[in-house]
Ligand binder design. Structure first.
Ligand code: FEO
Length: 400
């Protein structure tokens, strides 16, 4: 049985939710599930925007059929070729043989990479600023390369002022009956998931996101329809303002994220004492054990806070495995504009501090505190003053 949501008089959500998926893209945990959004515009012409992941394809096809009723599908806009949005391409082309795909050249070549069917005469190619009238509505196409793949484009309906934003403004989490961000307590219940989605999926491409935001700023937008998560129809600035910060790698809040690897608890203990001292200084903290926390959560927290403290034992004369992976992930996501403190632990030879410093030295605009807190097996009473000093130095580097 179909499950659809009305978005406007002419626009219907025909996507589906998946609450069984353990790891989105095989990398990111999705404990609250995920939605795959697809939209159907009912104008003089009918227009489908994207499809869904194969796990929920059956429900999606039911939804499309129910909304179309006896009408034909005229246009099928493909904004993004990642398979979580395109697995039903073949089925759509088979069920609606007269439909025309609307996409750009890059998308067309990717369709041919992923699928094996003849489609050239069934494609309407669009370029930057092209428009397509569908009756009452007019769709405008804007290229958004690397938000999140090179072929991505977004679509703006200049009549209803609706932005179909592809992966931009998406969020992890199934929709649970709601469709609009203002139907839920988004700031409390979903902003962390929106940040985790942004930082991990498109965090690396801040420049490209910024370019897209600038391009879109020329248009009045009343509604944002992303490919994952909720539709925004009120207080759009709540999410737009976050995107401005995230794409510029500016922290949202002044505070310290402390992430530690600890084999027998001593490195954890030193990190915990530092966190306690920071709190004593009125500084907000968030702590993670990298060995048991999904890296996507720590990447997300790194995009939130102004200061990061990383603590690792020396392991095989390097950084502990889970911390090494995290630091490599942070660098891959282009983390920058942060102040970083380091704690290392070595029972007979200390190497992790120097190696962590070397890894972060390749990131842009990173201020690594001069002194690494170095412990040998366990923190000693006389080192408490070093922790006090690190807390004080961190406090002194906080500008807000
Ligand atoms: Fe949900 Fe980049 O795809």
């Amino acid at each position: 049985m179909y499950c659809i949501k009305k978005i406007t008089n002419d626009l219907v959500w025909v996507g589906a939710n998946d609450r069984r998926l353990a790891m989105f893209e095989g990398v990111y945990s999705v404990p609250k599930g995920v939605s795959y959004n697809s939209y159907l515009l009912l104008d003089e012409k009918t227009v489908l925007f994207d499809t869904v992941d194969k796990a929920v394809q059956h429900r999606f096809l039911e939804n499309v059929a129910a909304v179309l009723g006896s009408r034909n599908l005229d246009y099928f806009v493909i904004q993004h070729m990642e398979p979580d949005h395109t697995s039903a391409i073949m089925e759509i082309m088979r069920i609606y043989p007269k439909v025309k795909i609307v996409c750009n050249e890059k998308t067309l070549s990717m369709i041919k990479q992923f699928f094996d069917f003849h489609l050239d005469e069934r494609v309407h190619i669009v370029k930057e600023n092209d428009a397509l009238a569908t009756g009452k509505h007019k769709l405008h196409f804007f290229m958004a390369p690397m938000v999140h793949w090179p072929e991505v484009m977004v679509v703006y309906d200049s009549i209803d002022k609706v932005l179909f934003s592809a992966d931009a403004f998406g969020c992890f989490g199934a929709l649970n009956g709601a469709i609009f961000a203002d139907e839920v307590d988004f700031l409390k219940d979903y902003m962390d998931e929106a940040r985790r989605y942004y930082s991990n999926i498109v965090g690396k491409y801040g420049v490209q996101v910024k370019n897209l935001l600038e391009k879109l700023s020329a248009h009045s937008i009343k509604m944002i329809c992303p490919l994952h998560g909720f539709v925004w129809r009120k207080d759009l600035d709540a999410i737009l303002s976050k995107y401005k910060l995230w794409s510029a790698y500016e922290p949202e809040e002044c505070g310290v994220m402390l992430a530690y690897a600890s084999i027998y608890g001593s490195t954890e203990n030193a990190t915990e004492i530092l966190a306690s001292k920071l709190r004593d200084n009125g500084i907000k903290t968030q702590m993670f054990d990298v060995s048991v926390t999904d890296a996507s959560e720590i990447i997300s927290a790194a995009f939130r806070w102004s200061h990061l403290v990383l603590a690792s034992p020396t392991y095989n004369m390097g950084v502990f495995v889970s911390m090494e992976a995290l630091i490599s992930d942070l660098a891959a996501h282009n983390i920058q504009n942060r102040t970083i403190g380091l704690i290392d632990n070595g029972s007979w030879a200390s190497a992790s501090g120097a190696k962590m410093r070397e890894s972060f030295s390749k990131c842009k605009n990173i201020n690594i505190l001069n002194e690494t807190l170095s412990i040998k097996s366990s923190l000693k009473e006389e080192q408490l003053k070093e922790i006090d000093l690190m807390a004080e130095v961190i406090k002194n580097t906080m500008s807000k």
